[in-house]
Ligand binder design. Structure first.
Ligand code: ADP
Ligand code: MG
Length: 155
């Protein structure tokens, strides 16, 4: 896969859920403890992508949408990158995630993936991998990937 860090923006299209899972898997290879911020409407494929990412990191449990917890941690083989999954869909206030240790989570040595990151827009760091998911057709999704917050239109 292209190295996203050398370009301001990369656009990917997938034509099925399994293609999005594959994209997530490819993304896991070579991922360091970067933070990944995802947004886009319900059903746009964020969790599906993270299922692939989890697969690529060989975590033990399948990544799923957290229903009540804001944060879930997934571990894989020893020495492998741990995955921390945050879903801000039900977030009521920024204080809620700040109290949860937002800054420590982002600074941790895990790969941190945040769904509905646009709900925390004011406290998102400049650096990271920013992914906007769009629902194009029943099985088609577009994924825009940005390497810097300042390059994102509307952010
Ligand atoms: P989100 O986390 O963004 O709300 P999900 O990943 O939970 O979205 O759901 C995406 C839904 O769309 C799943 O039911 C998935 O099977 C379906 N789907 C169909 N085509 C695609 C595609 N190309 N990529 C991702 N998901 C797809
Ligand atoms: Mg989701």
């Amino acid at each position: 896969m292209e190295n996203y860090s050398y370009c301001g923006k990369l656009v990917k299209k997938t034509l099925s859920a399994s293609e999005t899972i594959k994209l997530g898997e490819q993304f896991a290879a070579g991922l360091d403890n970067k933070n990944i911020f995802l947004w886009g409407e319900l059903g746009a494929g964020k969790t599906t992508f993270l299922k692939g990412l989890g697969k690529g990191l060989a975590v033990r449990e399948e990544v799923a949408s957290p229903s009540f917890q804001l944060v879930r941690s997934y571990t894989g083989p020893s020495g492998a990158l741990r995955l921390m999954h945050l879903d801000l869909y039900r977030l009521n206030s920024l204080e809620e995630i700040l109290h949860l240790g937002w800054n420590d989570i982002l600074d941790s040595d895990a790969a941190v993936a945040v769904e509905w990151a646009d709900r925390a827009i004011d406290i998102l760091p400049e650096e990271g991998i920013f992914m906007k998911f769009s629902h194009i057709a029943p099985d088609e999704r577009e994924i825009e990937i940005y390497s810097e917050k300042r390059n994102i239109p509307g952010f």
